[in-house]
Design a binder for this molecule. Structure first.
Ligand code: C2O
Ligand code: CU
Ligand code: CU
Length: 546
């Protein structure tokens, strides 16, 4: 491992200040930015990752047109690049903390793209910011050191306005980091470390993927498919072995659908990791809410499950707020798999017998939570409200600007901050207008009631999965005082507020306090709603570390 190098790039305190000017050398100044490998960068892993159109056979009859990443290992350990079976999803990239990786991203799509390493702590030019998109035929070279702790990360395209369709068409892979602490735990590895990517899709009668055909209201809500795909396959079946223990790495790779996951037979879900870390110890949950882009690591013990038996993972019913009503609309807009309804997510066929002796450790990761006392704004959190204004999803009333960033969104390197993220629903508190009879009017007194406005068409309340780039945060608290109790009661036992996370699901009316640290790199990074349709419509902003 490049321990020494890691310390140089990523150490603490004074080391950082000294190392900073060298942390992003050479790159980012010339016109040929990131086009060629830097000969001074010596990667442990050198990968070519090509995004291109492909045809796959998913159903009887015609092939399905998809977009996929094709990985090709140029140098490094052969186990660090895996395909996901014969799926169009993936590949899976496996790295160790301290390793250096080079990825040569080649865009062979008929449109602009760029790849983002979701959850990873990398410099601005390696983050896959929408301003760094490349065109068909071009290459973007990423070179960075793995500074994250062990966790389940992922990668996907991030061009502004086109992330939704590109992910939908098939561009998503897992990026799995391990470290010494995790290695000591001897968790299930090899075939027992099992990826599960959950997505929803609509397929037409010629076996082609269908995306957003029902107009603006569908985009405002976010795309909802009518069938679940697991690991890019419509049959939703995993074949696992009786007598064995597994680590399932579950990613919600859907565009806007989220899940209330539970084993059908009432077996608790044993959670050992969330996003960018293992938990301090395993948590037993009756169900877990899995927002878009969130990951959980699940311990699955098939020791006492006989060969020939099955297990089913379901999404249980819950009250999603306004979006559910829209999703459940009658007539043309009707979805046969409404958000919040009960349905099967996947089935496990225990069709072979084997044995392995992985044990579930009672202690997992040393959980070094950030201390609120160290936050520079501990009595005055930075607040970001997610709401709709003038028929636009906004954050604090703002929408996307490619390089625009405000004072409110500027933080200092080497500080710790508390952010309060609020899903204030329909109308922002500062908005005193309403949409009526085809034009904006000032609101009268007594019209501030949230419910009434929510019934007036434009003022929608919806869940928003909040995501921030570049770092992992801790959840300090969830404030549910503004929530409809029916919504809260239907989801309340499903949250995991431990560990290091990069995405948090905000149900309507919910506020969360997050604590985070800005370390190692200055630059322009993103925070946004990870409902991909909301993101594409501009519910995304820059923040700047200076
Ligand atoms: Cu999954 Cu902006 O990212
Ligand atoms: Cu991200
Ligand atoms: Cu949203």
């Amino acid at each position: 491992m490049n321990r020494r190098n890691f310390i140089k790039l990523g150490g603490m305190g004074a080391t950082v200040l000294i190392a900073w000017p060298f942390a992003t050398p050479l790159k980012g100044f010339s016109a040929d930015k990131n086009q060629k490998p830097n000969p001074d960068f010596k990667p442990d892993l050198d990968i070519e990752l090509t995004a291109k159109e492909h045809k796959v056979s998913l159903f009887n009859g015609s092939d399905t047109r998809v977009w996929m990443f094709e990985g090709n290992l140029l140098s490094g350990d052969t186990t660090s690049l895996e395909t996901m079976g014969d799926s169009y999803l993936g590949p899976i990239i496996r790295v160790r903390k301290g390793q250096k990786i080079r990825v040569r991203f080649q865009n062979q799509l008929p449109e602009e793209s760029i790849v983002h390493w979701h959850g990873m702590h990398v410099p601005e030019e390696d983050d896959g910011h929408p301003k760094d998109v490349i065109r068909n035929g071009e290459t973007y070279v990423y070179e960075f050191e793995i500074m994250n702790r062990a966790g389940t990360y992922w990668f996907h395209p991030h061009p502004h306005g086109r992330t939704g369709p590109q992910v939908y068409n098939g561009l998503a892979g897992l990026f799995i980091v391990t470290d010494e602490e995790e290695q000591r735990l001897k968790l299930p590895s090899g075939e027992y470390d099992f990826p599960v990517v959950i997505q929803d899709r609509i397929i037409d009668n010629r076996n082609q993927l269908v995306y957003l055909t029902r107009g603006r209201m569908e985009r405002m809500n976010g795309f909802l498919g009518n069938r679940i795909f697991i690991n890019g396959k419509p049959d939703k079946i995993l074949s696992l072995k009786s007598g064995c223990k597994y680590r399932l790495r579950i990613l919600n790779g859907s565009n806007s659908r989220f899940y209330k996951l539970a084993w059908e037979d009432g077996t608790p879900l044993i959670i050992i990791g969330k996003d960018g870390s293992l938990l301090d110890n395993p948590k037993s949950k009756a169900y877990v809410m899995l927002g878009v882009a969130e990951r959980i690591d699940v311990w699955l013990d098939l020791t006492n499950r006989p060969e020939g038996s099955q297990m089913t993972l379901k999404s249980l019913s819950f009250s999603p707020g306004m979006m559910g009503m829209m999703g459940g609309m009658r007539g043309r807009g009707r979805n046969s798999l409404p958000l919040g309804s009960t349905y099967e997510v996947l089935r496990i066929n225990i069709d072979k017998t084997g044995s392995n002796n992985f044990e579930l450790p009672q202690r997992l990761a040393e959980f070094n939570k950030l201390d609120p006392a160290n936050a520079v704004n501990r009595n005055n959190p930075r607040t970001f409200s997610f709401f709709m204004r003038r028929m636009q999803w906004t954050i604090n009333g703002r929408t996307w600007e490619m390089t625009g960033v405000t004072e409110e969104e500027t933080v200092r390197l080497n500080t710790t901050e508390i952010w309060e993220i609020a899903n204030t629903g329909g109308w922002g508190m500062e908005d005193d207008r309403k949409w009526m009879n085809g034009r904006w009017r000032r609101r009268g007194r007594g019209e501030q009631g949230r419910n009434r406005e929510n019934m007036m068409g434009g003022g929608m309340q919806m869940p928003h999965p909040f995501h921030i780039h570049h770092l992992q945060f801790n959840v300090l608290e969830r404030d549910i005082s503004g929530m409809d109790s029916r919504i809260w009661n239907s989801v309340k036992d499903g949250f995991i507020d431990e560990g290091w996370q990069d995405t948090v699901l905000l149900m309507p009316g919910m506020k969360v306090k997050l604590i985070m640290q800005f370390e190692d790199f200055k630059g322009l990074f993103l925070y946004h709603c990870h409902n991909l349709e909301h993101e594409d419509m501009g519910m995304m902003r820059n923040f700047k570390i200076e």
